[in-house]
Design a binder for this molecule. Structure first.
Ligand SMILES: [Zn+2]
Length: 147
């Protein structure tokens, strides 16, 4: 599957994408800055399925009154993963450092047993195969631990 750029999407697909993930100046749902140590181990877990450049206006904290005070936009490349999450990378020229962000669900996976998978019709390869389901968004993933 080719990596999709937003400008290359057809109108319907782009509208659906923007309805869920927001537009050029919006922080996508679940936008949060993470440290390099948090980001590093997650970087290569999936192939990127879509990417997009944005100038994100940092969201207000939930308890704050909306403010029109100037806040610098975060210029970032957003990379979308197939599990409904993604990461963004930005160059903070004032601090002279790369900043990392994650967005989408902050998954809380729970392992499903082989019996649960069988009952629900979810593929389970057995042995060292693990199937997990996120209790927040319902994403189901599978992987082979090899042991
Ligand atoms: Zn989730």
């Amino acid at each position: 599957m080719p990596v999709n750029n937003l400008v290359a999407m057809e109108k319907d697909e782009r509208e659906k994408h923007e309805e869920f993930w927001g537009r050029f100046n919006d922080a996508p749902p679940g936008w949060r800055e993470v440290t390099e140590q948090e980001m590093g181990p997650r970087l290569f877990r999936f192939c990127v399925v879509k990417h997009e450049f944005r100038q994100v206006r940092p969201p207000e904290p939930p308890s704050a009154e909306p403010s029109w005070a100037y806040k610098p936009y975060v210029q970032a490349y957003l990379h979308f993963w197939p599990d409904g999450t993604g990461y963004a990378v930005s160059w903070d020229s004032q601090a002279a450092k790369v900043r990392w962000y994650m967005f989408g669900c902050d998954h809380a996976y729970r392992e499903l047993s082989q019996a649960e998978c069988c009952k629900r019709g979810i593929y389970h390869a057995g042995y060292s195969y693990h199937v997990t389901k996120c209790s927040k968004c319902g994403d189901i993933g599978g992987y082979d631990s090899g042991d």
